[in-house]
Design a protein around this ligand. Sequence first.
Ligand code: ATP
Ligand code: MG
Length: 419
Amino acid sequence: MNRQIAGVRGVAALLPVDCAPWAAVEERLRALMEAYGFREIRLPIIERTELYARAVGEVTDIVEKEMYTFLDRNGDSLSLRPEGTAGCVRAGIEGGLFYNQTQRLWYQGAMFRHERPQKGRYRQFHQWGVEAYGMSGAAIEAELIALGARILRELGVKARLLVNSLGTPACRERYRDALVDYLKAHRDRLDEDSVRRLDRNPLRVLDSKNPAMIEILDAAPAIADHWSAESRTHFADLTAQLRTLGVAFEVAPRLVRGLDYYTHTVFEWVADETLAQATVAAGGRYDGLVTELGGAATAAVGFAIGMERLMGLVTRQPQTLGLDVYVMTPAALQGRALVLAEALRDQGVRVEVHLAAASAKSQGKRARDSGARCVVEAVDEEGVVILTAGATQGGTVSWAQAVARISEILGAKAKIDDE
Ligand code: ATP
Ligand code: MG
């Protein structure tokens, strides 16, 4: 046998056993997107590296050490997308989606970050992202948060919602000074990354995942003390609307998030704070980003769900439609069975035919495992036997009558299910 070739570390296939629950959750998420008036946008997986340098920020974990960056054959520096927001804004500007319009968009797909693989942290992972453009008030933030809360609630995911405000760029300037003073006073206790960030992008120090830094960061000044009247009003408006909507939240004074262009609201859902991989979904307002990327000033707010982390927390699986019919057949009748299966599919019935050489016994086991509502066995040129369909047992019908009889049984079953 040839030597096996290993997959890439931190990059996993989803096997069929994983795909079924993923697909069920994705189907539910699509329905919820529609329920809130969001439309899908499909974004490229590669972008120019400069997009992420500018949008996510030079001094971030993502850009400094996590991107898959390469030169293509023309010598252009490209990167696999590490997140979706930058590409969404880039595509929205080029596609003319923003000027004097509102947009509610969602996307989903694989993202790539060269991180140390561990539970809940992979090099290829999936995000479900939701972005809203052209709405500057707290109401759209409240609605997005209500959508996130509904997703988690419906799927039986327990997570705390943390919210904070980064204020306006002017608030951040003032806060930055206070934070730098504090951090400089404790310089000897900062790790190497934090010392570097202290000069280049001090707010990022608060993002540190290093447990040794937690104590010192917990005692750091809070941005709330530097909010302008506008920021204060915006935040009060948001929290009042969340209360009216019955969405539980906690104010987290030191929550700052990934992008450099967040303004006002930031939020995240945290499932279990003992884990570094606790954040299942996160987002915020990023009014500065569209202009930063060359578009007209556009209010923007969004969040992304980490799908692997979400799937690890789901306790209430949405139901999906399974197989309707499983057809067992000896090899000699496979051709006939295929004709029957096609005729059933013409009626909208979902069918699998057993096409491997196998004993009736092992076919029976496979049929039971398939979860099909109706099991059909091809007997001879004359007829087929309907083995089980709910309470219905046995009954030989001719090939010619089979479609009508099976449809009838499934229809009756469907009516019972509907009641
Ligand atoms: P973390 O703090 O866990 O590193 P982050 O702040 O880098 O997350 P975001 O850029 O806000 O994460 O991405 C949104 C969500 O995507 C995260 O809350 C998480 O659920 C998920 N996510 C981010 N990085 C990974 C990864 N490497 N593997 C799996 N999921 C991830
Ligand atoms: Mg990260």
